[in-house]
Every structure is written in C-alpha cells, then in structure tokens.
Design a protein around this ligand. Structure first.
Ligand SMILES: NC(=O)c1ccc[n+]([C@@H]2O[C@H](COP(=O)([O-])OP(=O)(O)OC[C@H]3O[C@@H](n4cnc5c(N)ncnc54)[C@H](OP(=O)(O)O)[C@@H]3O)[C@@H](O)[C@H]2O)c1
Length: 244
C-alpha cells in the first residue's frame, strides 16, 4: 500500500501543484488605482519580476522607464508591454548598476527628461554570480544589489519566484525547474513591489520590510539603528558621496 502511495506521489503532487502554488503565493495587490500622469522607473525590467511590475504599472497608465543594462532586450520588452497594454509611454534607458558612471549618466538623463519621479522600483539584482567586480572595483553582489541600487524606502521580499535569478548556478536552476510548479510566477512575485508602490496610505509604514503584501518580520540586526547608520556611512564613503 505504502509502495503504491509512493509511486502515486509525484502524480498527486503534479495534480495538486496549482493549488499548492496558490497557497504558497499569498499576497495580491488589490489596489484599483490608476496612474495616468505618474512617472515610474523600474530597474532590471527586461525580465522576471521587474518586467511584470513594469507591465502592471503601464497597464494602469503610468509612463514607465525600463532601466536596464541591455537596451536591446529592454526595447523588445517595451514593445511587448506597449502592444499588450496599449500604453505607448514605455521607454527604455540604459542603466548598468555595476558601473557608477552609468548610474550617474542615467540619473542625469532622467532629470533632463522628467520633472518628477513618482515611483522608483529598485528591482534589478544578482544572485550567486561567480566572483567578479564592478567597474568601480566592488564585489559584484554588494556593488549591484546594495551600492548600485541605493537605499530604498521600502524593502521588499518577493518570495521564491521562478525567474532568471538563478542563472549562475546549475544546481539552483535544476531545483527551480523541479519545483517550478510550486514557486511563484514573476507576476505573483511582482505583487508586493506593486502593493508598496501604489497602495494609498502606506506612507506611515515607510521604512518597514514587506513580504506577501504585508509588513514582515525583520531580524534584530536588521532593526539595529547603529548598524544601519554605519552601513549608510560606509556605503557613502565607498561611493564618494558626502555623508549627511
Ligand atoms: N526570484 C526570487 O526568488 C527572488 C527572491 C528574493 C529576492 N529577489 C530579488 O528580486 C529582484 C528581481 O529578481 P528576478 O527574480 O526577477 O531575477 P532576474 O529574472 O534575474 O532579473 C534580474 C534583473 O536585474 C537585472 N540586472 C542584473 N544586474 C544588473 C546590472 N548590473 N545593471 C542593471 N540591471 C541588472 C537583470 O538584467 P539582465 O537581464 O541584463 O541580466 C534582470 O533584468 C532581484 O533584486 C532579486 O534579488 C528574487
């Protein structure tokens, strides 16, 4: 009997996968707000969670800047989003977070084009890359994920999402593939970023960490003001930015 159950287990899991994934991916941005006249920048929006976030913002009428390091990939996605949403205000600008010169050029260009930035989604990131350095000599993860992306108002964990994030690890790619039925889709992974970006009345919770469209637990180290201040100072120092 147990043998038969074990044999049936993969089949049962396969059948139940959509329900299991639904259960594991709680947190949906239910805001119905429309965003005409609003300007949004989404970094790393040429794929994964960023692409879905950009699509949803465009769907709601915002002018969306896809800030990515590969402009060709960005243009293809911009066209896809334009066709899908009917919103032609989806623009692509070059931004390589592994190069502070590129970041400054992007910021300068943006300031020349736009008077306001209403929504900034610091989405781009890397994971498990082989050891390498940014153009400024920082280790790639700290350079792109922390120094390059700057300091965000909200910190968001999207959950475990089926995307290209694991591209540098064969093992993780296999695991992601194997469990792809259970982990979030990029569209589900985009929900918490969208929730933080467009939900009205969240201002009073600024500085919190969010997951599944709700405030989430943060470790004692993550809440330590002294460590945060030191991280800020060291980051400014590394980037040659005057400390306030
Ligand atoms: N997927 C998950 O389970 C998970 C879990 C926790 C946190 N996150 C975070 O969610 C964010 C989005 O990840 P994802 O899952 O959507 O991964 P993804 O599919 O790999 O997308 C990452 C995006 O970041 C861009 N990027 C990487 N390095 C960059 C650089 N130097 N300059 C500019 N853009 C750069 C990538 O551009 P290219 O296509 O040109 O490489 C890509 O557009 C990341 O910050 C990630 O750390 C994801």
């Amino acid at each position: 009997m147990i043998g038969i159950l074990l044999l049936l287990l993969p089949f049962l899991l396969y059948i139940a996968a959509p329900q299991i994934r639904k259960m594991l991916s709680s947190g949906v941005c239910t805001s119905t707000i429309q965003l005409p006249g609003k300007v949004a920048v989404v970094t790393g929006a040429n794929t994964g969670i960023g692409k879905e976030t950009a699509k949803e913002l465009a769907q709601r009428g915002a002018r969306v800047y896809i800030a990515c390091r590969d402009v060709h990939k960005g243009e293809l996605v911009a066209r896809e989003i334009q066709n899908m949403t009917g919103n032609q205000q989806v623009l692509v600008r070059k931004l390589d977070l592994a190069d502070t010169k590129s970041i400054r050029t992007f910021a300068k260009g943006f300031l020349a084009e736009e008077k306001h930035l209403h929504i900034l989604i610091n989405n781009a990131g890397v994971m498990m890359c082989p050891y390498s350095k940014t153009a400024d000599g920082f280790e790639m993860h700290i350079g792109v994920n922390h120094l390059g992306s700057g300091v965000t108002t909200y910190s968001v964990h999207p959950g475990t999402v089926h995307s290209e994030l694991v591209r540098h690890s064969f093992f993780m790619r296999c695991m992601w593939q194997l469990f792809s039925f259970f982990i979030k889709t990029p569209q589900q992974g985009a929900q918490t970023s969208l929730y933080c970006a467009i939900t009205e009345g969240l201002e009073t919770r600024s500085g919190n960490h969010f997951s599944d469209c709700d405030v989430a637990w943060v470790s004692a180290q993550g809440r330590n003001e002294t460590i945060a201040r030191r991280l800020w100072d060291v980051s400014c120092d590394l980037l040659g930015i005057p400390m306030d």
